[in-house]
Ligand binder design. Structure first.
Ligand SMILES: Nc1ncnc2c1ncn2[C@@H]1O[C@H](COP(=O)(O)OP(=O)(O)O)[C@@H](O)[C@H]1O
Ligand SMILES: [Mg+2]
Length: 234
């Protein structure tokens, strides 16, 4: 019997996984779908960690279970909605995490992650405020589920579409997350957004893993991102 047979308190429910406390230094990230393997997400997390991207260390992967170092801190989204993190500062952190991730280059024969056309950089492809944990020694990027090798502009465009979908879906509930303000803060400081149509297609392929309210905003979000990106040439 292992610690994973009797995990502690449920810490968080994500789109694909439940995250439990194991002890004060480790968490268990368990896929809701028990048939999924945690090995691919463990591999991409290990690649990022080994390259020095701030992310929790993988301790083990078995079946749907991934054991990770525990990060002590709230999500960036929680800090933003609680009014503890200014939007400009949050968007600077997101842009920095993109740049740090995109410094990592694939080795020529590397087969471990999918390869997308147009580039050979490490892409996260789900880099948004709920996948950043605000640890005391700096932000940590989690949830490397979609990681691939490809062009940085695709990663930036995916983040822009996610931010816009989220903000448009919940605009009546949270004034702190205005879509135009978020994109105006993010786009000028991020790397150029070169692959918006591909980013929209990528998100369309993930609608089963997002709340219906966000999925319903995909076309509006794409239009808003295009409009704002064109208005402020990079
Ligand atoms: N290493 C960790 N330490 C502490 N909390 C974590 C850790 N990994 C994930 N979490 C929490 O669990 C949530 C869901 O994890 P995540 O890997 O993003 O799964 P999903 O794919 O379901 O979004 C995160 O938003 C965070 O609150
Ligand atoms: Mg997540």
């Amino acid at each position: 019997m292992t610690a994973c047979d009797h995990p502690g308190a449920l810490l968080a429910t994500g789109a694909t996984a439940l995250v439990y406390e194991l002890d004060d230094r480790r968490v268990l990230r368990r896929y809701k779908d028990a048939d999924l393997s945690a090995v691919p997400v463990a591999t991409s997390t290990e690649i990022a960690w080994a390259a020095g991207v701030p992310t929790p260390r993988v301790l083990s992967a078995h079946g749907p279970d991934l054991v990770l170092e525990r990060v002590d801190g709230p999500t960036m989204l929680a800090e933003m909605t609680a009014g503890q993190l200014a939007m400009d500062e949050a968007m600077q952190i997101l842009a920095r995490l993109h740049r740090r991730t995109h410094q990592v280059t694939a080795m020529p024969q590397e087969q471990e992650l999918p390869r997308l056309p147009g580039g050979d950089r490490l892409l996260h492809l789900d880099l948004h405020p709920n996948n950043v944990l605000m640890a005391p020694d700096g932000p940590q990027l989690i949830d490397w589920e979609n990681a691939s090798w490809g062009p940085p502009g695709l990663d930036v465009a995916v983040t822009a579409v996610i931010l816009a979908c989220y903000a448009l879906a919940y605009r009546t509930e949270d004034d702190a997350l205005d879509a135009t303000d978020l994109l105006d803060a993010f786009l000028p400081i991020a790397e150029p957004l070169t692959h918006l149509p591909e980013a929209v297609a990528f998100r369309r392929g993930r609608v089963d893993f997002m709340p219906a309210a966000e999925a319903a905003q995909l076309d509006n979000a794409a239009g808003l991102v295009r409009y704002l990106a064109d208005r402020a040439p990079q």
